[in-house]
Design a protein around this ligand. Structure first.
Ligand code: ADP
Ligand code: MG
Length: 677
């Protein structure tokens, strides 16, 4: 901001007289602009005045040497015209920060009138002609018209600096833009961020957690790992509330524009990437622990794609290749079991705790506590499944349990897949068994399932890997059916369909069985298909458990006629309905989705191929309609074209039919071979 200084008015006189009269204004100590013999103009301090002969002497410092010069009246007024102006009252420009204004008296002026000059805070008060300016004249006009070279230099440097900074900022902004635009998923990322910003989370977090834990299905999202971050993978999973999971699927239109398809799923609980194992445990396995003290059979499954965090959840966090099992669900269950054991309610039961650890790989059972000894699964006279020879180790403390887990983990079968070095193609079952006077009292089975991925990983894998995949699919399908049967309280449980469900038979039978499933998902866009498969599977498990009757029936007052078991489901259904109203999201898959999921579940690369062929050509009906609706259409041509399209489609369908039949025979043969073995 400009400061304003008023200078006294000079009297109005004739031009010649005026010059002389103005000459009187020049005082010793003020600064004047002078011109050197080499034409340079700079400031100098008046040191002597000869008013009669009309000249002054001025001095300045040049390269450390004091110099002086005599100047006549004309030269003074030529170079300092402001001195000759009639009026001196004007506005002084703002002094430089390094300069200060002092009354001219301060440097030897004899006059008492208030005259001001600008002085730089330097010891040497003589201005130099080249760089260091000590003083500037009081005259505002001088200030305006003549800037010292030094000031000019400073200004020039300042301008250059500003220009450089501007340029650097521009370069940085351009670089950032390049990074983003260089990422092919930049547009999708922007859309996901936009979607997250507009999510009304307040509406999604008012639901109460379900109390019924007979079947509880939760989802856990893990953070993006280092590899995904390096590959610039995108986090496409949003957990807007504690029981809703949203998948932002990137899709492409025919005109190649990309768009987001957001799919929303609802579960008992949804945990985001910041949730700890303890928190997950608190809402999943922990509520089931006490049931085993009341002769219950509890089961906790970790289900998901390889690398999505099943083993991390069940066994504990990895540090390098070693696993800290003290923070896994195995250890947390053990902790609570030993706590409850001291509870007075259960003291007199004389309970003893045992641990077993085995894995199911390729339909065979191996004891992980006995050097992976192959075990037989047989059905006894009471229709109980027995794993013959399975080691049951008695444990007296949490440490004992951790030792068993470590021992078993060391033995686990693991194969390398493209997803994760710790991946496992086997189901690992860790059981904590309570026995009272030698008889089975209760059992908690903790199952770290094999990776559920199919598609890419198995399609290009060798035959052994494909068989592994088929076996895993079969057991996961059977597992789903068994949980469905448990949820629906069906008299028949199809546990014989796989080794996994055979050995877990008593977990699905009886009123005292309860199950929780933790579906683990990877957040990356590259895992989208597997993540959706996991969520659909988990959703189906819960949906079927809830979907005992249509919603409108559930809400009619028929509860008193309903068996107590069903009441729980009805309550769940009511809550579920409220959720739907509140969140306005449908968790029930459309018929189309169900169909494609059923196909996807069956899918071997063979069927997938056929399904894709069919899907790709599904616009055939539109083609026929288009031809028929065309102006001036040729009937013969239209019929011929329609017949040709239909023939092609019939061919595709027949091919799919043949392939499916072959696959069925293959599966039946395989089952026969297994039964004989
Ligand atoms: P899976 O058993 O499903 O194949 P893992 O449990 O082996 O997957 O997890 C794969 C990697 O991801 C491991 O390095 C693990 O430490 C890491 N991981 C999984 N879940 C989480 C999580 N919730 N938080 C941090 N890291 C995780
Ligand atoms: Mg694992």
């Amino acid at each position: 901001m400009a400061s304003q200084f008023c200078l006294p008015l000079a009297p109005r006189l004739s031009p010649l007289k005026a010059l002389k009269s103005h000459f009187r204004d020049i005082q010793v100590g003020i600064c004047l602009a002078i011109q050197r013999s080499d034409k340079r103009i700079h400031l100098a301090v008046v040191t002597e005045i000869n008013r009669e002969k009309s000249w002054v002497t001025v001095e300045w410092i040049e390269k450390g040497v004091k110099k002086g010069k005599k100047i006549d009246l004309e030269s003074i007024f030529l170079l300092n015209p402001a001195l000759a102006s009639a009026e001196h009252t004007t506005t002084l420009p703002r002094p430089l920060p390094s300069l200060s204004l002092v009354p001219s008296k301060a440097i030897g002026d004899q006059r008492t009138s208030p005259r001001w000059i600008v002085v730089a805070p330097q010891k040497n008060k003589t201005p130099s002609g080249d760089s260091s300016v000590l003083g500037v004249p009081t005259s505002p006009c001088l200030m305006k018209r003549k800037k010292s070279p030094c000031l000019r230099e400073i200004e020039k440097l300042q301008k250059q600096r500003e220009k450089r900074r501007r340029l650097q900022l521009e370069i940085r902004a351009r670089r950032a833009l390049n990074v983003n635009t260089g990422n092919p998923n930049f547009e999708i990322m922007r859309m996901i961020e936009e979607c997250r910003r507009h999510l009304d989370k307040s509406k999604m977090s008012i639901m109460e957690p379900l109390e019924d834990h007979r079947i509880c299905v939760c989802v856990r999202k893990r953070p993006l790992n280092q590899r995904e971050t390096t590959m610039k993978d995108l986090d496409i999973i949003t957990i807007p509330s504690d029981n809703v999971v949203m998948v932002h699927e990137s899709k492409q239109k025919v005109d190649l524009t990309r768009y987001l398809e957001n799919q929303t799923f609802c579960f008992d609980h949804a945990f985001d990437d910041k949730a700890s194992n303890e928190l997950v445990y608190q809402f999943t396995a922990q509520p089931l622990v006490e049931s085993i003290f009341r002769k219950g059979m509890a089961t906790c499954f970790a289900y998901g794609q390889t690398g999505s965090g099943k083993t991390h959840t069940m066994g504990g966090a990895f540090s390098g290749t070693s696993q800290g099992c003290s923070k896994g669900i195995y250890a947390l269950v053990a902790q609570d079991v030993f706590l409850l054991l001291k509870n007075s309610t259960y003291e007199n039961l004389d309970l003893k705790v045992y641990g077993t650890f085995f894995e199911i790989y390729g339909g065979k059972v191996y004891d992980l506590l006995n050097w992976k000894k192959k075990l037989q699964v047989l059905e006894d006279g009471n229709q109980q499944m027995q794993v013959v020879g399975l080691q049951e180790k008695e444990v007296g403390s949490v440490e004992d349990v951790l030792n068993l887990v470590e021992l078993g983990n060391g033995c686990r079968t693991s194969g390398q897949t493209s997803v994760n070095a710790h991946s496992s193609r086997s189901h690992a079952v860790f059981q904590i068994i309570l026995k009272s006077r030698g008889k089975l009292h209760g059992k908690f089975s903790l199952v770290d399932l094999a990776g559920n991925e199919r598609g890419a990983d198995t399609a290009k894998a060798n035959r052994k890997r494909q068989l592994e995949g088929a076996e895993i699919n079969k057991s996961l399908l059977a597992l789903k059916e068994c949980i469905r049967a448990l949820g629906q309280n069906k008299p028949h449980t199809p546990f014989r369909a796989s080794k996994l469900t055979q050995v877990l038979r008593d977990s699905f039978i009886g009123q005292n069985s309860s199950t929780c499933m933790i579906a683990t998902i990877s957040p990356g866009m590259t895992s989208c298909e597997n993540t959706l498969n996991t969520l659909r599977y988990a959703n189906r498990v819960k949906e079927l458990a809830l979907d005992v009757r249509p919603y409108h029936q559930c809400l009619t007052p028929i509860k008193h006629e309903t068996p107590p078991m069903f009441e729980k489901h009805i309550r769940n259904s009511e809550i579920s309905l409220q959720r739907e109203e509140l969140v306005k999201i449908s968790c029930i898959q459309s018929e189309e989705e169900k169909r494609s999921e059923a196909i996807a579940t069956l899918a071997t690369p063979l069927i997938r191929e056929a399904v894709t062929t069919w899907k790709d050509s599904s616009s055939w009906w539109e083609s026929i309609q288009e031809t028929a609706n065309g102006v001036n259409y040729d009937v013969d041509f239209c019929i011929a074209q329609s017949l040709s399209i239909l023939e092609e489609k019939i061919g595709i369908l027949t091919e799919i039919q043949t392939k499916l039949k072959l696959l069925r025979v293959d599966l039946q043969n395989q089952e026969q071979v297994e039964t004989l073995a």
